[in-house]
Design a binder for this molecule. Sequence first.
Ligand SMILES: NC(=O)c1ccc[n+]([C@@H]2O[C@H](COP(=O)([O-])OP(=O)(O)OC[C@H]3O[C@@H](n4cnc5c(N)ncnc54)[C@H](O)[C@@H]3O)[C@@H](O)[C@H]2O)c1
Ligand SMILES: O=C/C=C/C=C(\O)C(=O)O
Length: 478
Amino acid sequence: MRVRHYVGGGFRTDGAPFALVDPVTGGEVGTAPEAPRALVDEAVRSARAALSGEWGAASPEERSAALRRIADGIDARFEEFVDAEVRDTGKPRELAATVDIPRAAGNFRAYADLLYGRPERAYSTRVPGWSGGAGQALNYTVRRPLGVVAIISPWNLPLLLLTWKVAPALAAGNAVVAKPSEETPTTATLLAEVIHEAGLPAGAFNLVHGHGADAAGAFLTGHPGVDAIAFTGESATGAAIMRNAADHVTPVSFELGGKNPALVFADADLEAAVDGTVRSSFTHSGQICLCTERVYVERPVFDEFVERLGERARKLDGYGPMISAAHRDKVLSYYRLAVEEGATVVAGGGVPVFGDDRDNGFHVEPTVLTGLPEQARTVREEIFGPVCHVAPFDTEEEAVRLANDSEYGLAATVWTRDLSRAHRVAPRIESGIVWVNCWNLRDLRTPFGGVKASGIGREGGEYSLDFFSEPVNVCIQI
Ligand SMILES: NC(=O)c1ccc[n+]([C@@H]2O[C@H](COP(=O)([O-])OP(=O)(O)OC[C@H]3O[C@@H](n4cnc5c(N)ncnc54)[C@H](O)[C@@H]3O)[C@@H](O)[C@H]2O)c1
Ligand SMILES: O=C/C=C/C=C(\O)C(=O)O
């Protein structure tokens, strides 16, 4: 599988190759080309040209049909996409086959459908005091695409998160220049092949590979020809992108980092809360932005919850590695820091020994910690690995205060059988998403995104279509 750029309808390999590493074994599995500035500039110009050509003239029906062809193309090459995603990320095959790749096709179908259900508003206007009925008018709103949209995506759910932005951007009639993570470029290349085969006009979708700072990512987000930026990644990266785009006042949509809390009340179904927290803390080895890293448990059930969660963490197997040696080292540095800060390690805290080639990979043990103060760095900073810290609380007020005591606010889970409590507590949690007695149960029409350092704006349904288009109000005097 050759990783290639896709610019102006053609596949390219401009730029120096950089190595791709299999996170499971640590072995080199290929290379990808590092897009030079000139290629990023060519991609932006190709996108601009597409807007004044066939793609800019396409009707919503034609755009919707194109999105459906892309979804069908992903389905047709399903196994190839799964193989590529597993090779790039090291995630369990079952996860790529049931989440990442089906959701990618689903993202395109969701926005193909949403294009039709999109009402536009009109107002019959009568402004008093205008002579001879001159104050009578019809006001209606239409939406125009933003233009050339830069999309920058992360390595944890590479195809899911890339297509979660590409689908609505194309649905709204924009032309796209996408830059996937340098860690996981392969499924993005396959997507470009599918889009090419689906017959989208040249320049409607462009793909450039490479690194972020001082490289393809920065060339793109600082480009004067870019009309909007949709980014998913670390909060610090979001700040760097904002600085880089500030001179052009480029609108941004940011899905950033998190330090997500779980609240477990004493009346909860404890087994369900343990099961749910095993999923929410250890799925994809904690490398999902929605993962739980802080767990607060009402004191009467605290000891039992900690014992059960620790036992489940110790028994976990078949989990994948961290995406890279650098990320593995970052997570292990937090395991050491936790002990230095006084944590009790209930489970994990180190590196597993498999006795096979995985020992050359980037695995870390699923880890459960307790005993730290709320001000500990381990409790405040995003780790983005298979680790959570569990602490007790005594009252509902205290639980909400603990959950909200973070610079982040992306997602939270609440475990309780008391529905009145669920409806009281959930809206008070400072995050964009609150799951009650479940985790990561997704309806693509709902608003998705974070508050505070976790993001700017929302994705999903109308929210994405609103970001990727400009409303124009037309007032016709009658
Ligand atoms: N909120 C969400 O929906 C969500 C989803 C997934 C991941 N994340 C967050 O993403 C992070 C993990 O992903 P990551 O390590 O790929 O994030 P990252 O910020 O390191 O990189 C994300 C993307 O940005 C690019 N990039 C990096 N520096 C850049 C710069 N200066 N200018 C332009 N582009 C730049 C990278 O090449 C990559 O494509 C975690 O913090 C996680 O919480 C958030
Ligand atoms: O790692 C973050 C996961 C984000 C998931 C979504 O954006 C989604 O489910 O739409």
